[in-house]
Design a protein around this ligand. Structure first.
Ligand code: PEP
Ligand code: MN
Length: 276
């Protein structure tokens, strides 16, 4: 009897494509041995806030500015984001500082609008298995950053990526952001082993979000460094100019000077890891 050796998610698989997928964003490339640093606030709150953080991210050597306009919040009474107005602020900050931007899309309804403003489109953990959204992302020509679901296995995560590739968009970046375990000292548990697993199983770049993985500012630098040492292609880190008064995720946000210091350390570790 012939064995079925087809991988379950063929297009994302290393068996299908041996070389790393490299994604070009402006004059920067993600994957294939580079280090990508994405920084910015959890949520877009105001013009001044985003402009200030954008300058800090750029000065620290970050390549992409993040900021949420459509926010997936656990409570319906929490700040839900500025929506379309937030997208405009983010785009303006990106244009002014000359830095590409990433923002989350939560529904197919908002996809066209987000697609126009963003250089990279984020699909959040809660929507990892929103198959309509994944299919729409697959029809986009923009790179998609796909976060791992709250309790998703690596296989489910790669299958979610497969949905995007199957529709014709091969520019997918995987993002590990911590998974749900019994431990509640941290917001989630960072699965560092996922970096090695995903890079073995797939050709897609993988980046780590140590902010949502830990929920604690004091843990972000150590986890970020561990991720680069483990072979991650980059980091997405929350940065806020006034974390005490942030409308979302202040306790896990680095201050600009902390991000700048960390960025320098990460570049050193990346150099060591990539010069063997
Ligand atoms: C975010 O990056 O703003 C976010 C909501 O993250 P996650 O989907 O990982 O919870
Ligand atoms: Mn956040």
């Amino acid at each position: 009897m012939a064995l079925d050796i087809q991988p379950v998610h063929p297009l994302t698989s290393r068996a299908h494509k041996k070389e790393d997928t490299v994604i070009r964003i402006g004059n920067h490339t993600i994957g294939g041995g580079t280090l990508t640093l994405i920084g910015g606030p959890c949520s877009i709150e105001s013009v001044d806030q985003v402009m200030s953080v954008a300058d800090s991210v750029k000065n620290a050597g970050g390549q992409v500015l993040r900021g949420g306009a459509f926010k997936p919040r656990t409570s319906p009474y929490s700040f839900q984001g500025l929506g379309g107005d937030g997208l405009k602020i983010l785009k303006k900050a990106g244009d002014k500082t000359g830095i590409p931007v990433i923002t989350e899309v939560m529904s197919t309804e908002d996809f066209d609008e987000v697609e126009k403003s963003a250089d990279i489109i984020q699909i959040g953990a809660r929507n990892m298995q929103n198959f309509h959204l994944l299919k729409r992302a697959g029809m986009s020509r923009k790179p998609i950053l796909l976060k791992r679901g709250l309790s998703a296995t690596i296989d489910e995560w790669l299958n979610a990526a497969e949905y995007i590739l199957a529709e014709g968009n091969s520019q997918v970046i995987l993002c590990e952001r911590g998974i749900r375990t019994f431990e509640n000292y941290t917001r989630n548990t960072l699965d560092l082993s996922a970096i090695v697993a995903v890079k073995t199983l797939s050709h897609l770049p993988v980046i780590i979000d140590p902010s949502h993985a830990t929920g604690r500012r004091e843990m972000v630098p150590a986890m970020a460094k561990a991720a680069v040492a483990a072979g991650a292609d980059g980091l997405m880190i929350e940065v806020h100019n006034d974390p005490e008064n942030a409308l979302c995720d202040g306790p896990q946000s680095l201050r600009p000077e902390e991000f700048e210091k960390l960025a320098k350390e990460l570049r050193k570790i990346h150099e060591v890891v990539n010069n063997d």
